[in-house]
Design a protein around this ligand. Structure first.
Ligand SMILES: [Zn+2]
Length: 247
């Protein structure tokens, strides 16, 4: 028997009343859990066997993986299910986690990041573009793909009127050092954008949701972090297309 705190980031139907859950846990990383009978109306585990449920799960280890015994809900993030755009964005976050988190290798900061992001998505007090940008860039940082944003990678200049952020190289160039550089994978960042990127990538997790940017900058920021994820992972996410079809 093993007890973990975890968030359901994927659910799939198994036999008639059963589900397979993928849970991002605090101590075991990503795990697959067989949840029997949870689709029955009277199942005691129905509410904890669904997407975005964060709970303390009591599992037993069967021959072919973990089996759900019982669970105590901690946060169900019910509000996210009531808003199709929030649901789509949260589904994209989960698809990203599924892609980058390793099975049975704990990443407590990734779990903390998704829980904090879902909290703000749920209460509706942060712009979704901002939450998307924070989640994308910080997740990359937490899995070891943090860009070098300290200064120009050639001359170490800290700020400039504009700088080029090379999303493939994960580093920045000042105007003087761009020269004849190929700019296809680059995005122009001004002072405010660079400050926000640094803040998200490098601040303590408890602070990263506390900054403000105007709407035009938020659109640019969200575009930059999205491209950074796609280029760094060389992967396109279908759930992202769905989210973007709604906004
Ligand atoms: Zn430079």
């Amino acid at each position: 028997m093993v007890t973990v705190n975890g968030l359901v980031i994927r659910e799939r139907t198994a036999k008639e009343n059963d589900k397979y859950l993928t849970i991002l846990t605090d101590t075991l990383g990503l795990i697959e859990v067989s949840a029997k009978g949870v689709k029955k109306a009277n199942s005691k585990n129905a509410s904890v066997a669904q997407m975005f449920c964060y709970a303390k799960y009591c599992l037993s280890e069967g021959k072919s993986g973990y089996i759900l015994n019982c669970a105590e809900p901690i946060r169900i993030f019910y509000q996210i299910r009531l808003d199709i755009t929030a649901f789509a964005l949260a589904s994209y976050f989960c698809e990203l986690l599924l892609y980058v988190c390793a099975k049975e290798q704990p990443n407590k900061e990734a779990l903390r990041l998704i829980l904090n992001t879902l909290h703000f998505l749920s209460d509706g007090k942060r712009d979704m573009k901002m939450l998307k940008a924070i989640f994308e860039l910080r997740l990359m940082s937490e899995i070891g793909l943090v860009p070098n944003l300290i200064g120009c990678c050639k001359c170490y200049k800290y700020t400039d009127h504009q700088m080029q952020f090379d999303l493939g190289e994960g580093r920045i160039y000042c105007e003087d050092c761009c020269g004849s550089k190929d700019l296809r994978n680059c995005e122009v960042v001004d002072g405010a954008l660079l400050h926000s990127l640094r803040f998200i990538a490098l601040s303590d997790m408890s602070k990263i949701f506390n900054f403000t940017l105007n709407n035009d900058h938020l659109i640019q920021l969200s575009n930059i972090t999205e491209r950074y994820v796609e280029i760094q992972l060389d992967k396109h996410f279908k759930t992202l297309d769905f989210y973007k079809s709604l906004i």
